[in-house]
Design a protein around this ligand. Structure first.
Ligand code: UD1
Length: 348
């Protein structure tokens, strides 16, 4: 198949590029090479062209003959402050809108979209009487070390999040990922196109960008260990996530490109094996040979307590099951190469 891959030089995009080529696909690989992600003056790697997805004329040259677009180009991270809003809106929302219009002009009707578990916001919780809607946690609870969501004084437990959970974006990045999904859904309705939106959970693996304010926690812990510092585990370390290896994310994209699912299909892309942040730190530290993590009790503003994926639908409709167990994958990640940090918001 002929595939237009955007964000092909990023952490996730470069793994997808390799996986698509290994399957014999004809990949038109593009990346903007933003200095904020790749460093000043960075040139595209071999086989990747410098293209901005906001450049309609540039896309018009590339899209004829393309069967499916695999859209990974995005400004990532949670957003540090309001000054990041235009970058998210420009690269993510507007870039997707320009791409969708160009796909319509070229008669390309299939989109595989990089989405994120951040669309779910707080995640899903269960009380004694079933599933409970939660808002943000109270600052007096957090200050007193009561980290779990509570209802009538009773701590709630996490539940796996299925894809039909309503979107509740809590950050600028999350707002842009929800917007991308909504634009793509409206485009599909208007054109008869199809969209597979892959909601990545916590990605990690070789080539992950180093520690920046925008990095995921695996890179932050990994960078601390490399510098001989103890990973700082916030809250009580019992907050739960699903860590999915970047080669599994690449495999899910290849499956989505090849499966050509009908309609609009959002799918959790996860390992299906949730792990606490404390165990992530302990696994990395043990494999690295120390130093031991420190559980600080600190609370980072805007953090959600638990977010755990339900992997069932991706298995049913895409036949996707992650191959890498987080315990093994994180132990290997303890000595995997990272990509050098760039100064600003990163582009995947
Ligand atoms: C992260 C990303 C989100 C991305 C998602 C999926 C950020 C800020 N968040 O969400 O954009 O879409 O993964 O890949 O980039 N923690 C520590 N010590 C630290 C740093 C963090 O204990 O030094 C804890 C946090 O308090 C949190 C957990 O680790 O409980 C996960 O943090 P992080 O990976 O940054 O954010 P997510 O909320 O999982």
């Amino acid at each position: 198949m002929r595939v237009l891959l955007t964000g092909a030089a990023g952490f996730i995009g470069s793994h997808i590029h390799a996986a698509l080529r290994a399957r014999g696909h004809d990949v038109v690989a593009v990346d903007l090479m933003l200095p904020a992600a790749h460093g000043p003056g960075a040139q595209p790697p071999a086989g990747v062209r410098r293209v901005d997805v906001r450049d309609a004329a540039g896309l018009d040259l590339l899209l004829p003959g393309v069967d499916v677009v695999c859209h990974q180009a995005a400004v990532v991270g949670a957003g540090v402050d309001a000054q990041d809003a235009p970058a998210y809106a420009g690269h993510n929302d507007y870039g997707t809108a320009v791409l969708l219009a160009a796909m319509d002009r070229a008669g390309c009707g299939r989109l595989v979209l990089a989405s994120s578990m951040v669309v779910y916001g707080e995640g899903l919780y269960r009380g004694p009487d079933g599933i409970v809607e939660v808002a943000g946690r109270r600052s007096d609870d957090l200050a007193a070390g009561r980290f779990e969501h509570r209802r009538h004084g009773v701590a709630l437990t996490w539940a796996p999040v299925p894809e039909d959970t309503p979107a509740r974006p809590r950050s600028l990045y999350a707002a842009s990922k929800v917007a991308q999904e909504h634009y793509a859904t409206a485009w599909a309705a208007a054109t008869g196109g199809t969209v597979t939106a892959l909601r990545y959970h916590n990605a990690y693996g070789p080539g992950m960008p180093r520690d920046t304010p925008y990095s995921g926690v695996a890179a932050i812990f990994r960078s601390a260990l490399a510098a001989g510092r103890a990973p700082q585990v916030f809250e009580d370390g019992r907050q739960m996530r699903d860590f999915v290896h970047v080669t599994d994310i690449a495999a899910a994209n290849v499956a989505a490109v090849e499966a050509a699912l009908p309609g609009v299909e959002p799918l959790n892309i996860c390992s299906g094996q949730p792990i606490t942040i404390g165990d992530v730190a302990r696994t990395l530290a043990a494999a690295h040979g120390g130093p031991e993590p420190v559980v600080t009790g600190a609370v980072r503003s805007g953090d959600v307590r638990h977010i755990v994926a339900d992997p069932a639908r991706a298995r049913q409709v895409l036949g996707f099951t992650a191959r890498i167990d987080p315990a093994a994958g994180l132990a290997e990640f303890a000595s995997a190469p990272l990509r050098p940090a760039a100064a600003g918001v990163t582009v995947g």
